[in-house]
Design a protein around this ligand. Structure first.
Ligand SMILES: [Zn+2]
Length: 138
């Protein structure tokens, strides 16, 4: 129904620019220790099928294998954290903050709350998972 929809995004300096066709998943906040380190706090990610991302600029795009299950994409020039890609599935998580216009997307869920540090509380009433949300799709 939304096949004409296109969402653009990129890093802070412009060395990574991309467009995504079609709808994006609602936003999930990941509180895991790896996201805390790479984002500076919890990470808010939308997501889409990997093959729906088209890069208009990718000279800055670098990948870091953050575990045997996933890699993280970031801009090597400005340091923006942009993507999370599992090795076991065909989707890419896209940092909500990298989107030029997040439109109708809303935060709907918290995951890996077991790793949440003590300096903030989750008080928005959205559902929380101590681990991942696999088996649960928006
Ligand atoms: Zn950049």
């Amino acid at each position: 129904m939304n096949q004409e929809q296109e969402t653009s995004g990129g890093c802070l300096c412009g060395a990574v620019r991309f467009r995504i066709t079609g709808t994006l998943r609602q936003i999930v906040a990941c509180h895991c220790g790896q996201c805390q380190r790479s984002h500076g706090n919890f990470a808010a990610f939308s997501a889409c099928d990997r093959d729906r991302i088209v890069f208009d600029e990718k000279r800055g795009l670098k990948w870091f294998d953050s575990s045997d299950k996933a890699r993280r994409g970031f801009c090597g020039e400005c340091g923006s954290s942009l993507f999370w890609e599992p090795t076991f599935d065909g989707y890419t998580s896209v940092s909500a903050g990298s989107l030029d216009n997040s439109g109708d997307l809303r935060l709907v869920r918290h995951i890996y709350t077991c790793d949440k540090p003590d300096w903030y509380e989750i008080t928005d009433g959205h559902e929380q998972f101590e681990g991942s949300m696999y088996g649960r799709e928006t």
